[in-house]
Design a binder for this molecule. Structure first.
Ligand SMILES: Cc1cc2nc3c(=O)[nH]c(=O)nc-3n(C[C@H](O)[C@H](O)[C@H](O)COP(=O)(O)OP(=O)(O)OC[C@H]3O[C@@H](n4cnc5c(N)ncnc54)[C@H](O)[C@@H]3O)c2cc1C
Length: 359
């Protein structure tokens, strides 16, 4: 079975690794000259990443033990273990293990269109035709491949993330998140330390992210070392995952948690399911149901958060700061919001009023 993967990001490389390990003939086409560059990611992985059982020493930069949450008037501390990775090294780790299993990489190769059953890729100005039994679209949030196969849902929306690696003084094992209409309406700003002296500082919004970013960092005495920016898809529940011999994964399929915009853990789970379906002829939509339910729940929470007033944020942060509630938040990672909602928020009548924001 010949498999063409478009996109050598972490998701395409992980899919390539799993398929090549099973003896499939895998070719990965990546439009950049180097895997993992440029970086457009904060590199936070929740401890749920442990489920994939990969050694992390090649790409781990820092380990977090606390998340501090700031609303306009309140604050809260949650003990959570997170990993901070270098995205260049992370992506390269997955390309190396895919290559070791026999996947072939074609760098500087850009997918441009589909012609009949063939794919057309361009390398150094020359077009090449590629024939494959299975095509995997892993070419990120604006996926040309998903579009060419008629798989890109027209109603999709994107966030624009902007961040800087900054020099300053930071709490080395604490991620700080800031909510409120002055900071980042609809989502949050983050300060994610690489060390005591270096942090990835950013925010994401559907529009105006640069204006809010500049306001957020102004006067803090931090020095910009490197600017990074990128598109982040908002999960769309009607985004199709398969048509004919083409499967869509990762950002190309909008599999990003709508509450935090973390895409790597859900996409790796999605890749495992997709590969299992390709190899064993299983029904993709049936197998994907539990993960889709989680993604859908993140989206509903995001729809509520998007309409929160500053008072709502203070209310929520004040409520979660109660020791008994805080403990529940510390027990679960933020990958699966269902236990948090059912164990905590739906049992608190004061929070049922937020459900009105869904309609
Ligand atoms: C500012 C920011 C911060 C983020 N922070 C986090 C975080 O902390 N944690 C987290 O989990 N997620 C985070 N994300 C999201 C995360 O970066 C993505 O979910 C993740 O990169 C998805 O991987 P992917 O392989 O699907 O797509 P990508 O990483 O986008 O990889 C797609 C690859 O396809 C290639 N490509 C594109 N078009 C073509 C083409 N036509 N032909 C050939 N190749 C092509 C691209 O060059 C790229 O290498 C963040 C995103 C942004 C923008």
């Amino acid at each position: 079975m010949k498999i063409a993967i478009i996109g050598g990001g972490p998701v395409g490389c992980y899919a390539g690794y799993l398929l090549a390990k099973e003896g499939k003939e895998v070719s990965i086409y990546e439009n950049h000259a180097k895997i993992g560059a440029p970086i457009q990611c904060t590199g936070i992985l929740t401890s749920s990443f442990d489920q994939f059982n990969f050694p992390m020493e090649d790409y781990l930069v820092n380990t977090i033990d606390t998340i501090k949450v700031y609303s306009p008037k309140k604050k809260l501390e949650i003990k959570q273990k997170d990993y901070i990775v270098c995205r260049t090294k992370f992506d390269q780790y997955f390309s190396k293990i895919a290559e070791k299993e026999g996947a072939k990489f074609f760098l500087n190769h850009t997918f441009v269109r589909k012609e009949g059953n063939d794919l057309v890729v361009v390398n150094e100005g020359k077009e090449k035709r590629v024939t494959a039994d299975v095509v995997i679209a892993a070419d990120g949030p604006l996926s040309s491949t998903a579009k060419a196969f008629g798989l890109y849902h027209e109603g999709r929306e994107n966030y624009y993330g902007i961040q800087a690696v900054m020099e300053g003084n930071f709490e080395p094992n604490v991620i700080k998140t800031y909510f409120g209409s002055d900071v980042c309406p609809g989502l949050f700003a983050w300060v994610t330390p690489e060390s005591q002296h270096l942090a990835r500082v950013g925010l994401a919004m559907k529009k105006n992210s640069r204006v809010f970013f500049e306001k957020f960092v102004e006067g803090r005495g931090w020095k910009v070392k490197e600017m990074q920016a990128g598109t982040i898809p908002l999960y769309h529940p009607k985004q199709k995952l398969k048509k004919g011999n083409c499967y869509v994964v990762g950002d190309a399929s909008s599999y990003v948690k709508a509450t935090t915009l973390g895409g790597i853990v859900p996409a790796f789970q999605q890749v495992q399911i997709t590969v299992d379906c390709i190899l064993n002829g299983k029904d993709l939509y049936k197998e994907m149901k539990p993960l889709r339910k989680q993604m859908w729940t993140h989206l509903q929470v995001q729809k509520i958060m998007e309409k929160f007033s500053d008072g709502d944020w203070d209310h929520l942060v004040g409520y979660v700061a109660q020791p008994k509630i805080q403990k529940v938040f510390e027990r679960y990672t933020r990958d699966n919001p269902i236990p948090l909602i059912s164990h905590v928020l739906l049992r608190e009548p004061r929070f049922l009023r937020f459900l009105r924001y869904l309609f």
